[in-house]
Design a protein around this ligand. Structure first.
Ligand code: DC
Length: 226
């Protein structure tokens, strides 16, 4: 039996993280954790309570809310205190605010702890985000940093919105991604950076199937070394 590993996948919005991480986890029957969904949940709740500008209130929300993730039929479902908010966290409005909430150190501390608990409960895990290989799971067996050109990433996100019936012009999506990239990679706490020991993969010109193959191959090689 191949050893079940801890796999960390990081990268900016639209780099193909979620799609390939999900497929890899399904193929290997590993637990799949989308950490961005947790930051989105806190952002959505702060928007609902009208406290986006209030750091203390956002920290309270992160501490007091029981946020849980469950992967069902290809979708990460997010529950907060028993309510399913899955459809509410992937809107242009949440996209516009999530980087500001993710900058808050104490919010990150609470969510990172939950993420580490998820990983420690299970043998095989694929966790994706921005700081998984650097902060959340620094001892992960396999670390991958996915990237792609901004144009390609904006196209992918616009298409995802279209598929959900949300029409946002391509240039607006690109502006939002540029802003998020900037905030995510320059923030003081756990910025989006490639871990020194991560393998970087440019997904601009490869298919999802090829991405999945590359990741599965890296996992296989790591298993052989164990
Ligand atoms: O992966 P995503 O687009 O759903 O993530 C949404 C935001 O959450 C992203 O702009 C930055 C933040 N995030 C983070 O700061 N750390 C993570 N591990 C995951 C996401």
């Amino acid at each position: 039996m191949p050893k079940r590993l801890i796999v960390a996948i990081d990268g900016p919005a639209g780099s193909g993280k979620s799609t390939s991480a999900k497929l890899v986890a399904q193929k290997l029957n590993y637990l799949y954790i989308d950490t961005g969904a947790m930051y989105r949940a806190v952002t959505y709740l702060a928007m609902e309570k009208n406290v986006l500008q209030n750091t203390d209130a956002a920290i309270e929300i992160a501490k007091d809310s029981d946020i849980s993730l469950k992967f069902i039929d290809g979708i990460t479902h997010v529950w907060v205190d028993g309510n399913d908010i899955t459809d509410k966290i992937r809107t242009p409005e949440v996209n516009g605010n999530v980087s500001e909430i993710s900058k808050i150190k104490e919010v990150r501390e609470v969510l990172v702890k939950k993420q580490q608990e998820y990983a420690s409960r299970n043998g095989g895990v694929v966790m994706e985000g921005r700081d998984i290989g650097t902060v959340v799971l620094p001892n992960a067996d396999v670390k991958i940093f996915l990237n792609a050109s901004i144009e390609e990433r904006a196209k992918r996100r616009t298409k995802e919105f279209e598929e959900k019936g949300i029409h946002v012009p391509l240039n607006e999506v690109e502006i939002n991604i540029r802003q998020r990239d900037k905030i995510d990679s320059t923030r003081d706490v756990s910025p989006l950076v490639k871990a020194l020991d991560a393998v970087e993969v440019d997904t601009s010109k490869i298919t999802i199937e090829q991405q999945v193959e590359i990741i599965l191959d890296l996992i296989k090689k790591a298993q052989e070394k164990k």
